[in-house]
Design a protein around this ligand. Structure first.
Ligand code: THU
Length: 134
C-alpha cells in the first residue's frame, strides 16, 4: 500500500514520489504521500501525511495504537533503494508511537524487499511526551 500511495504524491519540484502506509493495532491502514509547495518549506513528507490523516480522522478521543509504518520512495516513482524517514518524521513518530513501533523501509518493489527498524533504532534518546510530564 505504501508503494501504491506513491502514485498520489504531488511533487512538481523534486520529482521524488514517496508513499507511506501506517497500520494501527486494529489493522486499519492509513496511507500518505508527500505534498510539495512552491515555497518549498511547507512541503510535507508522506509519513507525516499518514500520521496527521490518521489522527485527524480518528473516531475516538483516544489515539490509535500505531504498530508499524511502511515507506517507499524514489525519483519519478521508481524505487531505486531505501528512502528512510527524515528526522522531522521520526520526531512525529515519537509523539504517537512506543518503542515497539516498526518502520519498514522498502528497498525494492519487485521482488518486494524491505528492512525493518524500531523507533529507538532510528531515533535514539528520542524526545517524547513523557519528558513534559516530569
Ligand atoms: N520526503 C518524504 O516524503 N519523506 C521523507 O521522510 C524524506 C523526504 C519527501 C519530501 C520531498 O517532497 C521529497 O521527498 C524530496 O526530499
Amino acid at each position: 500500500m505504501a508503494i501504491d500511495a506513491m502514485k498520489k504524491a504531488y511533487v512538481p519540484y523534486s520529482g521524488y514520489r514517496v508513499g507511506a502506509a501506517l497500520q494501527d493495532e486494529a489493522g486499519h491502514i492509513t496511507c500518505g504521500c508527500n505534498i510539495e509547495n512552491a515555497s518549498y518549506t511547507p512541503t510535507i513528507c508522506a509519513e507525516r501525511t499518514a500520521f496527521f490523516k490518521a489522527v485527524s480522522s480518528r473516531q475516538e478521543e483516544k489515539l490509535p495504537h500505531f504498530v508499524r509504518i511502511a515507506v517507499a520512495g524514489g525519483k519519478g516513482g521508481v524505487i531505486g533503494g531505501a528512502f528512510p524517514p527524515c528526522g522531522v518524521c521520526r520526531q512525529v513518530m515519537s509523539e504517537f508511537c512506543d518503542d515497539q513501533f516498526e518502520i519498514l523501509v522498502v528497498q525494492s518493489a519487485d521482488p518486494l524487499r524491505y528492512d525493518t527498524y524500531t523507533l529507538p533504532q532510528l531515533l535514539p534518546l528520542r524526545f517524547s511526551p513523557e519528558y513534559l510530564e516530569k
